[in-house]
Design a protein around this ligand. Structure first.
Ligand code: HEM
Length: 415
């Protein structure tokens, strides 16, 4: 039997605040549901762990390339700089173009390169802890999100790409504006204008940076990818990335590289503050810290969904997905699938039940997965060691987004 559902409950205020009861209801219905109302923005919802894994590996299910609106006769996206950036990036590219860009940028994320970043991550975390100590001296409340969870990954990915330190404070407001259109729901268009403006500013910034590194290369990713482009060769059939691609990928990688990890750290700290026994275990045992980070990713993932469209007729978990269907892939629900995880609504860093699907799967599997886990397992124990009396100093408020899901601020005292 094919079960039909509506997304209204998920997109309601309560559903966004806590989507897990909706996910539990979906799991009672099976691994895949068809949406009943043709006015909904999706045709199919995939939420079972195995079904999500299958959907993300299905070559017929594509990320939202420009082909999708084009096939539907809608070219309005081209008027929006933010949408053009997304469509030019690896996140929204398929086939040989995707493979080519992934090989080029993937060089920076090999296990060896990421492991070599460990001392830099420790140095960055240490410096930010010093600053936190200064700002929180004498019991003054500080915002752990703005002062730690955000700058740690922003500095790490900034080092990796080669964004100069003095420029990094310029980004968060623009990155937030750009990211707002990635969420689910009918109201998202309200953020389009601000996202377009942010995309233009960010594009200008990265185009300048590429030009600077092309003139004077350094040991960073911007220099590597800029060198992959031959400015004297304008053959459209060769493997060189074009200017738009280069800038769109640097921009989305920088953005995607820090807001997600910010929420991994923020969501993790929030859980630790409520659980002194877990805090002690994470402090005492590096293996536990690794398990803790993995469980935060499962239990409170920073990204709850991915979107696909069917470029050809296919099926997922035996349910027909006709060509042109819009498919909502609920990573956050897959992580709470009772068929996969015992007692899924219990937070248990000791569980040994395999990887959650928070970084996706298949050809679009997150390039930064190893890096962000490294950041989490270094940053959280260092924070606890430095500030054993870390405590909440106010209400962190509610989380209301499903993409880039985390707190707006996390007021704490450090001493
Ligand atoms: C906790 C942190 C992170 C989470 C939860 C996360 C999540 C994801 C997910 C779910 C995808 C797949 C999207 C899809 O299938 O449609 C993805 C892709 C990607 N992520 Fe991450 N990410 C994180 C950190 C990072 C970092 C630190 C970087 C880079 C510095 C990064 C770069 C990328 C890139 C480039 C892709 C696109 C890969 C492709 O399309 O081939 N991510 N991420």
């Amino acid at each position: 039997m094919i079960t039909q559902v509506s997304l209204r409950a998920l997109l309601s205020r309560e559903g966004r605040r806590d989507p897990n009861p909706f996910y539990a209801e979906l799991h009672r219905q099976g691994p895949v549901c068809v949406l009943a109302d043709p006015a909904e923005k999706f045709d199919v919802v995939v939420h079972g762990y195995d079904a999500v894994h299958e959907a993300l590996r299905d070559p017929a299910l594509h990320v939202m390339t420009g082909d999708y609106p084009d096939r539907r006769g809608s070219s309005r996206w081209r008027a929006h700089p933010a949408l053009r950036v997304l469509v030019n990036s690896i996140f929204f590219t398929e086939g040989p173009d995707h493979g080519r860009v992934r090989r080029l940028f993937g060089q920076a994320f090999s296990a060896r390169r990421v492991a070599a970043l460990e001392p830099a991550v420790e140095r960055i975390v240490g410096r930010l802890l010093d600053r936190l100590a200064e700002r929180g001296a004498g019991g003054a409340p500080v915002d752990l999100l703005a002062e730690f969870a955000l700058p740690v990954p922003s500095d790490v990915v900034g080092e990796l790409l080669g964004v100069p330190e003095e420029d990094r404070d310029w980004f968060p407001r623009r990155v937030r504006a750009f990211g707002a259109i990635l969420d689910l729901g009918a109201g998202i268009w309200r953020y389009q204008q601000a996202a377009d403006l942010a995309a233009e500013e960010l594009t200008g910034y990265f185009a300048d940076l590429v030009a600077k590194r092309r003139a004077e290369p350094r040991d960073d990713l911007v220099s590597v990818v800029a060198a992959a482009q031959d400015p004297h060769d304008d053959d459209p059939n060769d493997d060189d990335p074009n200017d738009d691609e280069l800038v769109a990928n640097l921009l989305t990688m920088y953005n995607g590289g820090f807001v997600t990890t910010t929420h991994l750290i923020g969501n993790g700290v929030r859980i630790l503050l409520d659980d002194p026994a877990e805090k002690a275990r994470v402090l005492a045992d590096p293996v536990r810290a690794e398990g803790f980070v993995q469980e935060v990713l499962r239990y409170e993932p920073p990204t709850h969904f991915s979107i696909r469209w069917a470029a050809a007729d296919t099926e997922v978990a035996g349910v027909a997905v006709p060509r042109d269907s819009r498919v909502l892939v609920l990573l956050g629900a897959a992580n709470r699938d009772p068929r996969r995880f015992t007692d899924p609504d219990t937070f248990d860093p000791g569980r040994d039940e395999g990887q959650p699907l928070s970084f996706g799967a298949g050809v679009h599997y997150c390039l930064g997965a190893v890096l962000s886990k490294l950041e989490g397992r270094i940053a959280l124990p260092m924070l606890l060691r430095r500030f054993p009396d870390l405590a909440l100093a106010g209400d962190p408020g509610e989380r209301t987004t499903l993409m880039l899901r985390g707190y707006e601020s996390l007021p704490v005292t450090v001493s």
